[in-house]
Design a protein around this ligand. Structure first.
Ligand code: GCO
Length: 264
């Protein structure tokens, strides 16, 4: 029974921004659980080809599609191509995102808008063009990659936090409008992970590194592979009555106000 609940063999999963980082870790997890992975990136075809080869090396059926999730025309064309060449998208993981660390008072409006465009508007664009097929088939899974910054602010990440906070409410509204078609729309909220995106604020001796270690009950940065289980759960039948939920994978950081350095 339990194996069946988490079975996603043969399901087609589009994971945006899956050439590296958390997107790649989640897509690898879904692929190792049997899903066919549509790898997406927008930087270069070479990067996508290299990533697809890495998925295949793990025994995962993977195909690469380069498109800009913020460009509706490119998204429409890509989804049509994917669903013609590979098959219907059963699982959509809206992971692609950027961060710009600048104090709000100094931030250019164009930079603020770019972060919101990619981190909040793009999940809307991609979901809007994938969900129609899911509505027709009366089945589908959408997973929006939020953040613990969906719940808490931090100096210099105001645009990112605003976008990721908005993504929580977009997830809830997608569930409100689409759950009746047997589509489950949920979010994953990563805490602090040891990936390239956090390299500038991590590393031995970096003040933020010590802060995160002390602030996180698990006393460590997350390992990208720690997200695979949450992705498989929300992509499988095991979550068929879960909707509009944000599953935080954060080592407990959101559970606590922290403790003084002299306390265990
Ligand atoms: C930062 C970090 C965070 C984390 C993650 C937390 O600058 O505070 O980059 O944004 O990467 O998003 O959920």
């Amino acid at each position: 029974m339990s194996q069946e609940l988490f079975k996603i063999t043969g399901k087609i999963a589009l994971v945006t921004g899956s050439t590296h980082g958390l997107g790649k870790a989640m897509a690898m997890g879904l692929g190792k659980a049997g899903a066919i992975i549509i790898v997406n990136g927008n930087s270069s075809q070479d990067k996508i080809d290299i990533a697809v080869a890495e998925y295949k090396k793990e025994g995962i059926l993977a195909y690469g599609y380069k498109f800009n999730v913020a460009d509706e025309k490119e998204v429409i064309e890509a989804i049509k191509k994917i669903e013609t060449e590979i098959g219907n998208i059963d699982i959509l993981v809206n992971n692609a995102g950027i961060i710009k660390r600048t104090p709000l008072v100094d931030m250019e409006v164009k930079d603020f808008k770019q972060v919101v465009d990619i981190d909040l508007v793009s999940p809307f664009i991609v979901s809007k063009h994938v969900v129609r097929g899911m509505m027709n088939r009366k089945e589908g899974k959408i997973i929006n990659i939020c953040s613990m910054m969906s719940e808490l602010g931090r100096n210099s990440v105001g645009a990112y936090a605003a976008a990721k906070g908005g993504l929580v409410m977009l997830t809830k509204n997608m569930a409100t409008e689409w759950a009746r078609f047997n589509i489950q729309i949920n979010g994953i909220g990563p805490g602090y992970f040891a990936i390239s995106q956090t390299e500038p604020i991590r590393g031995d001796g970096h003040p933020f590194n010590d802060f995160i270690i002390n602030r996180t009950p698990a006393k460590k940065w997350g390992d990208p592979e720690d997200l695979a289980g949450a992705a498989i759960f929300l992509a499988s039948k095991a979550s068929n009555f879960v909707n509009g939920h944000i599953l935080y994978v954060d080592g407990g950081i959101l559970a606590t106000i922290g403790k003084p350095s002299n306390e265990e």
